[in-house]
Design a protein around this ligand. Structure first.
Ligand code: ZN
Length: 152
C-alpha cells in the first residue's frame, strides 16, 4: 500500500468495502487495516466492480439532475417562443427530446434492480422523476406548437 494514498480518499481510486466491518479499503490489500479481517481476492474483485459501478452511477445521476435547471429554462423559453417567436418552439422541443436520453440511458444501465445500494435506489427514483419531467415538458412544448399552428 502506498503511504500517500492511504489516507486520501479519491472517488476514482479503486476501493472495496471490508466484508467484516464495512470500512472502505484500497483495492489490493490482503487484510483489513481496521479489523484485520483477511480479504479474499475473489470477494475483492466483486466488491471493487460494484463500488466502481456505484461511483459511476451516482456521478451520472448527478449530471442528469443538474439538467433540471435547463428544463426550467426550456419551459421559460417555450412561453417566450410561444408569445413572440414561434419558430423556436421546434428547436426547444428537439432539445427536450435530446435531454430525455439522459434518464433513459441511466435507467437502462443501472435501473435493472441488481444494484440495491440505497444511493442507487434513490437515484433510480430521481431518474424516473427526471424522465417524467422531460416527458411533461415535451408534451407542453408539442401542445404549444400545435396551438400555434392551429391559430395560423
Ligand atoms: Zn474490516
Amino acid at each position: 500500500m502506498h503511504p500517500i494514498s492511504e489516507n486520501l480518499y479519491q472517488p476514482d481510486t479503486p476501493t472495496i468495502t471490508c466484508p467484516s466491518c464495512g470500512e472502505t479499503l484500497l483495492y489490493g490489500v490482503k487484510s483489513c487495516r481496521f479489523c484485520r479481517h483477511a480479504i479474499d481476492p475473489t470477494y475483492a474483485r466483486k466488491s471493487v466492480t460494484s463500488q466502481a459501478i456505484l461511483t459511476h452511477a451516482v456521478k451520472s445521476a448527478n449530471t442528469v439532475r443538474t439538467l433540471r435547471n435547463l428544463l426550467y429554462l426550456q419551459l421559460g423559453l417555450t412561453i417566450l417562443a410561444f408569445l413572440w417567436d414561434p419558430p423556436y418552439l421546434q428547436l426547444i422541443l428537439i432539445v427536450s427530446i435530446i435531454n430525455l436520453a439522459g434518464p433513459i440511458r441511466w435507467l437502462r444501465k443501472y435501473g435493472r434492480g441488481d444494484l440495491d445500494h440505497p444511493e442507487i435506489l434513490k437515484a433510480q427514483k430521481d431518474m424516473k422523476i427526471e424522465l417524467y419531467c422531460w416527458l411533461g415538458a415535451i408534451i407542453i412544448q408539442a401542445t404549444a406548437i400545435i396551438v400555434w399552428l392551429v391559430r395560423l
